[in-house]
Design a protein around this ligand. Structure first.
Ligand code: AG3
Length: 275
């Protein structure tokens, strides 16, 4: 049998590979190359521009952490916006919240949504939920056109190269600030503390310049470069580190928990020194 491997070039000097059973889908969309592959170790994997976006093995860590930390920090999130995250994993977690009235899912590339619906049903399963509205559009444009509209905004982007570059800029964070209500919260995935040591401090200082409260938290996502991943939160009012803030609804999660909510803000010195 043919020995087939998918290789991601994680940095100029590092590549990692996984054995690939089957290429389920491959296309060039107007924005990027898209593939869904089936692997022995990770199960099905969504790949954009040759970069692993999410895998069946560890997607729960990332999707639970990019959503529940912010949603449980807010007193009662009703209107939530997801920018990017075309696979639907963040939306699947958001609809678990009782207070939710509507989640707008704004993804620039409709082909990602279609491929996830077809090949990643475990991840895309909430796309047809009655509270979900999928908008195929540019997130930068969407926040500019929707001022004061949201309780929580989640930026589930690809890496800061290619189509997502504009999602890592101070001007975008200002537009996000304006698109949030007076007690709104924003979270973005902000890459690896091992490999993105210039990016993280830049984003943290951009966000600190706009939001009264900025917090960085960590989670372990083995299929991402370095395995340890950062998320950065900007908040207008609520502090996610207030110990009394976490109500404990049963969200049926596998990584997130009230203890993880408290401890994910505890940073090792090599991460602290970035901020
Ligand atoms: N967003 C992509 C995280 C960045 C992964 N980077 C990498 N593998 N080099 C995840 C999308 C999942 N909804």
């Amino acid at each position: 049998k043919l020995d087939m491997w998918f290789t991601e070039q994680q940095t100029k000097d590092v590549r990692t590979s996984c054995r690939t059973k089957k290429i389920l889908h491959q296309e060039n969309t107007p924005f990027q190359s898209l593939a869904v592959i089936d692997t022995d170790q990770y199960g099905r994997v969504l790949v954009l521009d040759n970069i692993i976006q999410t895998t069946i093995m560890d997607e729960f860590v990332y999707h639970e952490m990019i959503t529940h930390v912010a949603l449980n920090t807010h007193a009662a999130p009703e209107r939530v916006l997801v920018i990017g995250g075309g696979d639907g994993g963040a939306v699947r977690e958001i609809v678990k919240h009782q207070s939710l009235e509507k989640v707008v899912h704004c993804e620039i590339d409709g082909a990602v949504v279609d491929a996830s619906r077809k090949y990643l049903p475990e991840i895309s399963c909430a796309m047809d939920h009655p509270k979900v509205e999928i908008v195929i559009d540019d997130g930068i444009k969407h926040v500019r056109e929707n001022k004061g509209a949201y309780d929580v905004i989640i930026v589930d982007s690809t890496d800061p190269i290619g189509p997502a570059e504009g999602l890592f800029s101070a001007s975008f964070y200002k537009d996000i600030f304006n698109s949030l209500k007076d007690d709104g919260i924003f979270v973005a995935q902000t890459e690896s503390p091992f490999f993105n040591r210039d990016l993280i401090p830049r984003l943290y200082s951009d966000i600190s310049g706009i939001f009264p409260l900025t917090r960085l938290f960590l989670a372990v996502v083995p299929t991402y470069p370095g395995g340890l991943w950062t998320f950065t939160m900007g908040s207008k009012k609520y502090d996610p580190c207030d110990t009394d803030i976490v109500r404990t609804p049963d969200l049926n999660t596998r990584y997130y928990s009230p203890e993880i909510h408290r401890t994910c803000f505890v940073l090792p010195p090599f991460v602290k020194e970035l901020l």
